[in-house]
Each structure stands twice: as C-alpha cells, then as structure tokens.
Design a protein around this ligand. Structure first.
Ligand SMILES: Nc1ncnc2c1ncn2[C@@H]1O[C@H](COP(=O)(O)OP(=O)(O)OP(=O)(O)O)[C@@H](O)[C@H]1O
Ligand SMILES: [Mg+2]
Length: 328
C-alpha cells in the first residue's frame, strides 16, 4: 500500500495540476510494491501509468497556470519583475509567533473591505528581518500564493543604478503601480536603500532615495501588500522601522523546526525508523535553505540508486557538503 505521505503527494500534485510529479509519485508507489514482492500489483500500476502517459501525449492537458495579465512595461520593465507563485504558508516551517503574525496580515488583507467600511486600513507594510536562507523571500511568495495575487519584485539594482536623479522618479513609478495594480510588492535585499541616513559613508543619492521611499511608504493607501526583506537589521534606520505596520523577525531554525523541515522535505523518502532529532543535531548551524537543499540531495541520491527511502548516512553527508559549500 502507498504510505500516507505518498497519498498526500499524489493528491497535492493532482490539485496543483502537476502531472509530472503525479506520475513520478505513482512510479515510486509501484517501485515500492515491487520491492515488497507484490509484483502483480506493481505491474498493474506500471501499466496504468504507461497508459496515462500515452494519453497525455495525445491530448496534453492545458496547464493550470494563471494567465499573466500584468507585465511591467516601458520604464518599469527593468525595475519590476512579476511572478504568479502558488506557494502556500503551510509549506513553510515557521516559528509560531511568525506564523501568527503572517496569518494576521493575511486575514486583514483578505477582509480589507470590511476594515475600510469602518475607516480602518489593513496591515499592508511588512518588514521581514532575518539571516540568509530563513524564508524571507519565500514568505513573500507564500503571501502572494495565499491571496492569489501577483508577486512583483522590485529590482533594486535596476532602481538604483544609472542616472542618479532618475532613481526617485522610478520609485514614484513603482508606487504608482502599487496603487493601480493590486499585488504583493517585494523590496528584497532592502538594506541597499535602507542604510542609515546619517552615516558617514552615505552617498547623497541613497539618502534622497530613502527619503522618497519613506514618504511614498507613509502616503501609500493602496490595497497592495508591501514586503521589504533584509538580513541586515543594523543597517536600517529607526525611521524606517516606524513606517512599517509589522517588523517580523526570522531566526536560524531551532532543532525542533529543523527536524520538521527535514522530515517534510524527505517526504515519502523518510524511513520510519530514522532518528531525525539526533540527525539534525549534527546540522545545528545550517539554515532552513541549507537543510532543504541537503534533504533534496539525499532524496535525489535515493532515487538514482532505486532506493525507496534515504539512509541516515547520506543525509549526514549532504549536511556536511552544504556546510563545506558555504565555507568556500
Ligand atoms: N522557513 C522555511 N520553511 C521552509 N522552507 C524554507 C524556509 N526557509 C527557507 N526555505 C527554503 O530555502 C529556500 C531559500 O529561502 P529564501 O530565499 O526564502 O531565504 P531568505 O531568507 O530570503 O534568504 P536571503 O536572506 O539569502 O535572501 C526556499 O525557497 C525554501 O526552499
Ligand atoms: Mg531572500
């Protein structure tokens, strides 16, 4: 029988319209049955999968991607990029306090009409602060995915370079877009404009940009959600912190959260007897992103050697490799 995780993966890939993943999980189920000696069942499953595959090639299913309605044009083309994420908050491993605060933003955003009827504004300016690989960028995707809104990422290098005086004008265009097109707007690696306004090595231009940013942020009365992310809170100015409705802090994973992330990422490849708590103890210094990639590496190795689950040693090796990669 398929494991509960495999069933979940099957249903999820069906819901996502992800045929490739659906078939790959089905193949895993067949492989597992074969291994258990249920060769008749395995054969039947493989025959069914082949049939589905051949049908798919005759009448390909239209992918259930939303049709991109908005594409930044003209001057905004180099400054904003748009994606339509399907990420959900549920896919993230988060500290409880972080999850609660994100859910509150979502709830206020979803019911913004209700709040506005009473003269109140939903939370719509959020600053995410935390170390690399803790899920800040992913959070912006998940917020967009949860609200089925487009995610516009502001390309700060596109905004800041070239002719200095143009930067503020471009920023105005971005805030015009924020007002006219509802979406999640991500100012990623925000410290590059968010540096102290008074610091010695400050370039006048950056200071002007930051001042205009603060004014625009203050004046913004749109239905969009503005998310700024940085891993360098010290660089940020007090004045900035005050302008955000929420400042949410991310940290390195606790052992418990690390174990949850690894278990989720190993999915159906998690052996039931794996002592995951002990295993992640050896990876206490790894970020969520590194733990995730190491888990993926272990799963890939299992798939390529036709194993139905990972083994502890290969996960351990993958952790060490990620740590080594970082030191280079
Ligand atoms: N909290 C988390 N829960 C689940 N997966 C995570 C989490 N954090 C990171 N990941 C995984 O790591 C990847 C990279 O994370 P992300 O880019 O969101 O980190 P970040 O905080 O924006 O890092 P940086 O400061 O380097 O930009 C994600 O796409 C996801 O696969
Ligand atoms: Mg990021």
């Amino acid at each position: 029988m398929a494991t509960a995780e495999q069933l979940k993966a099957l249903l999820q890939s069906y819901a996502d319209g992800d045929e490739a993943r659906f078939l790959s999980v089905a193949m895993q189920v067949a492989a597992k049955e074969a291994k258990l000696g249920h060769s008749k069942l395995a054969q039947d499953l493989r025959a069914l999968i082949d049939e589905v595959k051949s049908r798919a090639s005759i009448a390909p299913r239209t992918p259930r991607q939303p049709i991109p309605l908005v594409q930044p044009k003209g001057e905004l083309a180099g400054v904003l990029s748009v994606t339509y994420p399907r990420t959900k908050l549920e896919e993230m491993v988060l500290e409880e306090i972080v999850r609660e605060r994100l859910l509150r933003v979502l709830s206020e955003q979803r019911q913004h009409h209700k709040l506005r009827e009473h003269g109140l504004r939903p939370r719509h300016r959020v600053l995410l602060v935390g170390p690399p690989g803790s899920g800040k960028t992913m959070t912006a995707s998940a917020m967009a995915g949860e609200m089925t809104l487009p995610l516009f990422t502001i390309q700060l290098d596109g905004l800041l370079t070239k002719f200095m005086g143009e930067t503020a004008a471009k920023l105005r265009l971005v805030f015009d877009a924020i007002r006219t097109t509802r979406g999640v707007y991500l100012f990623d690696e925000f410290d590059s404009i968010g540096g102290h306004r008074g610091s010695a090595n400050d370039i006048g231009e950056i200071r002007r940009v930051l001042n205009s940013f603060l004014q625009f942020l203050e004046a913004d009365d749109s239905d969009s959600l503005i998310v700024a992310a940085t891993n360098n809170a010290q660089l940020l100015d007090e004045a900035l912190f005050r302008r955000f409705d929420d400042v949410i802090e991310y940290h390195q994973p606790t052992p418990e959260l690390a174990a949850r992330l690894v278990a989720a990422r190993l999915g159906p490849f998690l052996p039931p007897d794996l002592e995951i708590a002990a295993l992640v103890k050896t990876a206490a210094d790894l970020s969520y992103a590194e733990l995730g990639r190491a888990s993926d590496d272990a799963v890939k190795a299992a798939i390529l050697s036709d194993a139905s689950t990972v083994d502890a040693r290969s996960v351990q090796r993958a952790f060490d490799e990620r740590r080594g990669a970082r030191r280079k």
